[in-house]
Ligand binder design. Structure first.
Ligand code: PMV
Length: 342
């Protein structure tokens, strides 16, 4: 019997990664074609809260899991936030978001768990604490609509909870991932400020190519920190140049001037090369995408591996996707940013 369902999309950073750690703005968008889903069901009496990570074939007992287990942390923080004692529930988690590829898989899984638990808590409360026997197996059409009763969790609270879990993976993340995933819409993000949703004047298409190289964000961020410490003047200049691109891109996107974006992506990629977070494989993917007709291309996320994004059209998308695969991409997702699904 299903008590609660939570879902959350993947994401890509369009512009501004790394510089965002140093107070500059970044633009990020949800990718709704891939998502994480958590389903809460009644467990056996006395079983406590158990998470079944179906993709990994791993069962996690929240009560006894280590303090740094991310899924258990998401669950514990949710129970604390909702002031719930540990229920006898089983949470099944599945995700179609590629793991460790810069598409926010970790943040999305956490967000899905938080939403599913909040919904299960609300339903249990509505049925007078008899949630496990409520018999209500009607699934909500989309759990992106948050519960509206006492266990209401605004996107800002969800984002803050997911941020706490993200710290386990990333050390001191800027907060861009949890923000775009919790709000589920394109955001202009500056660390420490409320996120601003930004308008998309005309939808545009991206090919998202996974280089297949696992590259922990924490390491790239640490290397940039050391390089910045050694030459602050140069790095502050580079971050300012990225910030100028983010501002231009925000204007271009909101005015629907899609053709300008390609050039801005190329410019941001060149700056990321200078910041030291590209790698030969990402540069080869960028070159392949451009020669196949992409209007621009850049790495997205932590770099040194992970994803490359290329600006494509209906006509160029298949050719660019083929060229990216031929140049070594292990997976290519073509998505439209700003479509009604977003
Ligand atoms: O690798 P991702 O997609 O999680 O993005 C990391 C973005 C950085 O700016 C490099 C780090 C951060 O915390 O914002």
């Amino acid at each position: 019997m299903i008590l609660g369902v939570g879902r959350a999309p993947g994401k890509v950073i369009l512009f501004g990664e790394h510089a965002v750690v140093y107070g500059r703005p970044a633009l990020a968008v949800p990718v709704t074609q891939v998502q994480a889903e958590a389903i809460v069901e009644a467990g056996a009496p006395g079983s406590g809260l158990v998470i079944w990570a179906a993709d990994l074939g791993e069962e996690i007992a929240v009560r006894t899991a280590p303090a740094d287990q991310p899924l258990a942390t998401a669950a514990r923080l949710t129970l604390a936030k909702l002031e719930l004692s540990e229920p006898d529930w089983r949470v099944t988690v599945r995700s179609t978001i590629p793991i460790a590829s810069g598409m926010g898989s970790g943040a999305a899984v956490s967000a899905a768990i938080v939403r599913a638990l909040a919904e299960a808590a609300r339903r249990s409360q509505e049925s007078g604490g008899r949630g496990q026997e409520s018999g209500d197996s009607q699934l909500p059409a989309s759990s992106l609509q948050l519960p509206t009763s006492n266990f209401q969790l605004p996107a800002s609270d969800l984002s803050a909870l997911v941020y706490e879990v993200e710290k386990l993976h990333h050390g001191t993340p800027s907060g861009v991932d949890n923000t775009v995933i919790a709000f589920g819409q394109p955001v202009y993000f500056v660390r420490g400020r409320p996120p601003q949703p930004f308008p998309i004047g005309r939808p545009f298409m991206l090919a998202i190519a996974d280089s297949g190289i696992a590259s922990p964000t924490k390491i790239a961020v640490g290397d940039v920190r050391r390089a910045w410490e050694q030459d602050r003047t140069r790095f502050e200049w580079l971050f300012d140049a990225v910030a100028a691109i983010v501002e231009d891109a925000t204007k271009a996107i909101s005015r629907g001037e899609v053709e300008k974006l390609g050039q801005l992506m190329d410019g941001n990629h060149a700056l990321l090369q200078q910041i030291g977070v590209s790698c030969p494989e990402l540069d080869a993917l960028a070159a392949a995408a451009r020669s196949a007709g992409a209007l621009g291309a850049k790495l997205s996320g932590g770099g040194r591996g992970g994803n490359l994004i290329a600006l494509v059209t209906e006509e160029t998308a298949p050719r660019v996707a083929d060229a990216l695969r031929a140049a070594g991409a292990v997976r290519v997702i073509v998505t439209t940013v700003g479509s009604s699904a977003q």
